[in-house]
Design a protein around this ligand. Structure first.
Ligand code: SF4
Length: 468
């Protein structure tokens, strides 16, 4: 099998000096899509994006075109909220787009707004992204001055205003309705759904919430056409309905961090395996072996070394009872204590729960406290069961149900259950020895035949990334 290769599309020219400015961006083909965009009637544009198979890159992986068809386009005004909060631990690809190619995002925003008849867009930027927001603000001003934004976008007669807004550091404002509440000037607490934002979103008007990477794909789809876009990535058939959409087209910005020699963002066709991506990042530091991989930002259930052949796309990770999420790949080598790793995550989530619903508000610190007891060697037999039980009552990994207002409950529960089940021998060793105990790799992992997520159901592959 051929060696996996990067396929830079969004990240092409990312390192060109001055690419964040309008002049340089244009010299490298920027805003070429505008001519085509306004020649495509909005309904056809929605169909184009739907047929491209583009799925939201922020976490859920929902079909972008399908999301657009759900927008209530009878009500004015409608809004676009670009989610640039990027607060998922292990995720850092959108920041580079904002810093280095802000005009690419503006180009994508224009394409989305044209399709949905939206004349006002907001970009909700993570508060810590000072350089990114400064560059984006400068790019927006340049675009207005050049007639690319404003009363007649590129002379089309279509009006569009774009505003930026800084978050204040809450993880939950990355959840679309938490973001909307925050943008309205309220506490960033997620809303009950339905109604979904497409029906009642910002200021109770139909709103499309879309991630930076998702929007940045649009100019390339418009410029290069359906066949080109659909030719990238992985597609399956015979996928159980529970695993959802079998189409995973395009590239993904995989953020690789942790114990690899060359951490960073790798743009690759969707469907590279975890092992190939680790190899692309020059392998595990110091020649160590992999112990655990979180495949989709810290909310995603962990994979063991037995699961490194899993393609990192929405479908395959769904079949592996994990998820691609934001594409934040966190690699841990054999020196890591998996209980400590879980504790680190649970400390984060216990701090970030917005506190609206009881299972999350009370359950998350409870899971953290049990994990803390195990890690310190103060736990008793039965605490692992209790940890799994409490986590499953927040959101149940086996039945794919949750008892919370938003999917934060899943972000807490699924990693907790996956660590406790997949590295159970190491959790038990902590209790037995009364102290933190890092077991040799072979002993730390639950045998594959007892792994609740293994083997993955077999599906038929009809398209793989190009290097295969
Ligand atoms: S699940 Fe947690 S973060 Fe989400 S609304 Fe409930 S308390 Fe808030």
């Amino acid at each position: 099998m051929a060696e996996a290769k990067e396929r830079r599309i969004l990240y092409e020219n990312l390192d060109v000096p001055g690419i964040h400015t309008l002049d340089v961006y244009r010299k490298h083909g920027g805003y070429a899509s505008l001519e085509k965009v306004f020649a495509i009637p909005p309904d056809d544009h929605i169909t184009l994006v739907k047929d491209s198979g583009l799925r939201g890159r922020g976490g859920a992986g929902f079909s972008t075109g399908m999301k657009w068809t759900l927008m209530n386009r009878q009500i004015e005004p409608r809004y676009l909220c670009c989610n640039a909060d990027e607060s998922e631990p292990g995720t850092f690809s959108n920041r580079y787009i904002l810093q280095n190619k802000p005009h690419m995002l503006i180009e994508g925003i224009i394409a989305c707004c044209w399709a949905l008849g939206i004349h006002t867009a907001y970009v909700y930027c993570r508060g810590e992204f000072t350089l990114a927001k400064k560059r984006l603000d400068a790019a927006i001003l340049e675009a207005y001055a050049a007639g690319i934004l404003g009363e007649s976008v590129a002379g089309s007669g279509f009006a569009l205003d774009v505003y930026t807004h800084s978050g204040a550091g809450a993880y939950i404002c990355g959840e679309e309705t938490g973001l909307i509440e925050s943008l309205e000037g309220k506490r960033g607490q997620p809303r009950n759904k339905p109604p979904f934002p497409a029906v009642q979103g910002l200021f109770m008007k139909p709103t499309c919430v879309q991630n930076v990477e998702t929007l940045s794909n649009l100019p390339f789809i418009v410029n290069n056409g359906l066949d080109w876009y659909k030719g990238m990535g992985s597609v399956y058939t015979d996928v159980p309905r529970t695993a959802g959409d079998p189409v995973n087209t395009g590239t993904k910005l995989y953020c690789v961090s942790g114990h690899v020699e060359k951490p960073g963002v790798y743009e690759v066709e969707l469907g590279i395996t975890a092992q190939d991506l680790i190899d692309m990042a020059s392998g595990v530091r110091g020649g160590n072996r992999v112990k655990a991989v979180i495949p989709g930002g810290s909310s995603a259930p962990v994979l063991t070394p037995y699961e490194l052949d899993c393609p990192l796309d929405f479908t395959s990770l769904g079949l592996a009872k994990s998820m691609l999420g934001s594409g934040g790949i966190i690699v841990m080598d054999e020196t890591v204590c998996t209980v400590s790793a879980l504790l680190n995550l649970m400390e984060f989530y216990a701090h970030e729960s917005c506190g609206q619903c009881t299972p999350c508000r009370s359950g998350t610190p409870w899971v953290r406290d049990i994990t803390k007891r195990i890690e310190a060697g103060h736990a008793k037999p039965g605490d692992i069961e209790q940890l799994i039980d409490v986590a499953n009552q927040i959101a149940n990994v086996d039945t794919f149900t949750w008892n919370t207002i938003c999917v934060f409950g899943i972000a807490v529960s699924w990693p907790a259950v996956s660590f406790a089940r997949k590295f159970r021998p190491e959790f038990e060793a902590h209790i037995l020895n009364g102290e933190c105990t890092v077991l040799p790799l072979e002993e730390a992992i639950t045998p594959p035949e007892q792994n609740y997520a293994y083997p993955r159901p077999q599906v038929t592959v009809v398209q793989q990334p190009k290097w295969h």
